[in-house]
Design a protein around this ligand. Sequence first.
Ligand SMILES: *Cc1c(COP(=O)(O)O)cnc(C)c1O
Length: 434
Amino acid sequence: MYYYSTNNTSLLKSAREAVFEGLPADNGLYMPQEVPLLADAFLQNLHKQSLQQIGYTVLHPYFGKDIPGSDLKEIIDETLNFPIPLVQVDENIYSLELYHGPTLAFKDVGARFMARCLNYFSGEKDKKHVVLVATSGDTGSAVAHGFYGMKHVDVVILYPSGMVSESQEKQMTTLGNNITALEVKGNFDDCQRMVKEAFLDPALKTFIQPTSANSINIARFLPQAIYYFHAIGQLPHNTKNISISVPSGNFGNLTAGVIGQKMGLPVGQFIASTNVNDVVPEYLESGVLRPRPSISTLSNAMDVGDPSNFVRIKNLCHGRHDEVCGILKGYRFNDEETREAISYLYHKKQYLADPHGAVGYLGLSEYLKGHPKSTGIFLETAHPGKFKTTVDDTLGFETPLPEPLAQAMNKEKKSLPAGNSYADLKDYLEGKYL
Ligand SMILES: *Cc1c(COP(=O)(O)O)cnc(C)c1O
């Protein structure tokens, strides 16, 4: 498979090149040249196949040319080493629990796959690939855990000292091995600026290969298509008229679902559920995409005012508003509604949801009001224990801390203090790699 840039369809790159580059130089996003329709024999028999088997069939068209079959299989088996169960919540409502991975959120799937691809593509002869990531909290831990133990790739995380939660800090700073956490005396913007300067510094490229693990990388975004197929495989066999609600921020997760639909996933309707950062629901109503600064909410992983993957959805729809409206319905919800949904799901349906999943549930319920015969799935993108403060506060009692978080809390933090200028980052990198 070759990949084109959304800004230039004749600039074609291999999967390897697109994974290394992340973003095309023309500031577009990479898209697969073709989205193949999968065989009927596969689509009719999803219920008979394991998550890993589905993963291989779905990703082979995209990566099979650059990664031979048995290696790709191994990468996928290692990526998907945790279950993704579909849990019934109501008569015609199911939750796809994407939070059983090491950092308890769906980003584990993309981060783990991308880490293994990069590691595979970087031979030992190459300069060391060093993933540089600035984080205000969660991205750092998903990337750190995803890349943990990779032989050819190191990770350097920059986070603002004193400005991430204790559990986020523990998740980033207790791994060791090929993961280093720089605790920057500054804010998130300083961290981001330091990383940006590193990518622009030619001197650095003489002794390392600085690499981004950005969420728009094809190796982070495409594997997310897998679990949509696995979800359908877990519904009662031959369920028709299926709708899927995706709690969305940057819209990478939803874009992967739309790609799945083009590959033959039997889904009738996708629902874009957002918090009050509602650029996309507004676009569906007005035809105008109006990016703006984000507003902070309880579902903070979706506080995005300029959703970067939305160009991919528009691209799949030939840039046409009516086509986008054909595949997407959009709904937005505020924090009060989110809390009501967490409470309703717990008290009336015995289901514990996190704030993001709750927004997904709300969007699905809204859609089902007009389509009562549809069977709906909402994606539960994070473990409720990751948002324990909000969940406990809403329900009025203490929910248990999930085991991986409890374990990280007991480990010793190992971070390196750093100043907030690029020179401080460069000093560290020269000391370690030059
Ligand atoms: C990142 C994230 C989202 C949003 O996903 P996008 O692909 O950016 O739309 C939703 N929920 C959680 C828990 C997340 O971490």
